[in-house]
Design a protein around this ligand. Structure first.
Ligand SMILES: [Zn+2]
Length: 444
């Protein structure tokens, strides 16, 4: 519903109310038949007024309710946007974490391969150590045998030294043996060389072993660090996902609520539109009723039997001028090309409040508010001739009142469909709007 039409309707309500509550409906000299008609008309107007008032109250209430709902719905929309943004942030965060997680997993996989490689190397090293130790043991036993042989030949000191050793000698033992071997170089050169080579090989294997053990420890530590990191990321993802679910639940709740409000709003708006339409129909019915009265009179139903004299212009001022002639024109309010059924006149010195006079003698048949004419007066001159004076600021006569030519019937204004103060003067002959300048002339 446009604010303009609401304003118009409100203004109309106020005007109708003031007309109905004014003493303009008091009739002085009317026949009982006319009185009955007037009473009926008044009653119908009152009924319409009540309907219009009730509709207006309902329209106001609905409008307020709709505004509240619109406000709340827009708040909900704001909240929905917030949750949507939160969800977007959380989804981005989860994607990021998943990315980090797979990078860590790759590192762990690479470390696993490295560790497995080193473990293989260690196993190989251990096998070589075992083999080398076996060789050393063989050579050692051969040397023992040789020493025993030497003992038979008289060399004893070395035998004593060697007898203390077991077959499973440790590294320092091999060093001692090496020294012995040096002394026996002459006789056992070949054996000693082999032994020395094996010992050197063992030494290298030992060093390699130490290094590999150190490396694998470092790699395993690194592996653990990455696994811990991975667990952290996984926990973070779990937390983010649970937040995401909460936000999505909240969002769903809000969306449902908003949907409900919009549905209610739509229903109320439809009711509102319907109400406004029936309200406007009531107003039109109101206008139609008064139009019917005017038309009935101008079709010769008027009860004035005397023939009217010459007609005078309702604005009796020397500075009066025509602001809009009778005839087809683009309507200044609606923009529609249609008949302008009267002549509009203004005064150069200002039109607002100027006296509007009866064009000829007759009976007032209408003196009320009209949606388009504003405050207007209709006079029945008999012989099917009715004059109308519209857009006034105030009325000066009542229905049923007899008026003489030149009597002040209203004061000029800009009520109804009007863009500025002027007097719309209309002449109807047997229901047809004719050019008023054919009946009356503007004063000189
Ligand atoms: Zn006009």
């Amino acid at each position: 519903m446009k604010a303009n039409s609401l304003k118009r309707i409100l203004a109309l309500i106020l005007c109708v109310f003031s007309v109905l509550s004014s003493p303009l409906m008091i009739f002085a000299t009317v026949s009982s038949q006319d009185q009955q008609k007037i009473d009926e008309y008044e009653k119908k107007q009152e009924e319409l007024q009540e309907k219009i008032d009730a509709a207006q109250a309902e329209i106001d209430k609905l409008k307020e309710n709709i505004q509240d709902k619109e406000k709340y719905a827009s708040q909900l929309a704001g909240q929905i946007d917030n949750f949507q943004a939160q969800i977007d942030v959380l989804n981005t965060r989860i994607d990021d974490l998943e990315g980090q997680k797979s990078a860590i997993q790759e590192k762990i996989d690479a470390l696993d391969i490295e560790i497995a490689g080193i473990e293989e190397d260690i196993q190989e090293n251990e096998e070589q150590v075992e083999k080398t130790e076996g060789e050393i043991s063989d050579v050692y036993h051969k040397l023992q045998d040789r020493i025993r042989e030497n003992y038979v030949n008289g060399a004893t000191s070395d035998l004593e030294l060697l007898l203390d050793f077991d077959n499973d000698c440790d590294f320092s033992t091999y060093l001692i043996i090496s020294e012995i071997n040096q002394r026996r170089a002459k006789n056992d050169e070949e054996l000693v060389t082999t032994l020395n080579e094996d010992i050197a090989k063992l030494e290298i294997l030992n060093d390699e072993y130490e290094l590999m053990i150190d490396t694998i420890e470092v790699k395993r530590d690194e592996h653990q660090v990455q696994v811990d990191e991975l667990n952290l990321k996984e926990n973070e993802i779990v937390v983010s996902r649970s937040k995401l679910e909460d936000s999505q639940d909240d969002l769903k709740t809000l969306q449902q609520e908003a949907y409900l409000y919009i549905k209610q709003l739509d229903a109320q708006s439809a009711t509102y539109e319907k109400l406004v339409k029936s309200y406007e129909a009531d107003i039109k019915a109101f206008d139609d009723k008064i139009d019917a009265i005017v038309n009935a009179a101008s079709r010769g139903d008027g009860n004035v039997s005397s023939k009217p004299g010459g007609f005078i212009w309702p604005l009796q001022y020397s500075d009066v001028y025509i602001s809009s002639s009778y005839g087809y024109r683009y309507d200044p309010i609606s923009g529609v090309y249609k008949l302008h059924g009267g002549t509009d006149t203004c005064c150069w010195s200002g039109t607002m409040g100027k006296s509007v006079r009866a064009s000829a003698s007759g009976t007032v048949i209408i003196s009320t508010w009209h949606n388009a004419y504003g405050y207007y007066v209709g006079i029945d001159h008999g012989n099917g001739i009715v004059t109308i004076y519209a857009h006034n600021s105030a009325l000066n006569v009542s229905v049923g009142q007899k008026v003489s030519q030149g009597d002040i019937v209203a004061y000029a204004g800009s009520t109804g469909y009007s863009t500025g103060a002027h007097c719309h003067f209309e002449v109807r002959v047997n229901g047809t709007k004719v050019n008023p300048t054919g009946y009356a002339s503007l004063p000189n």
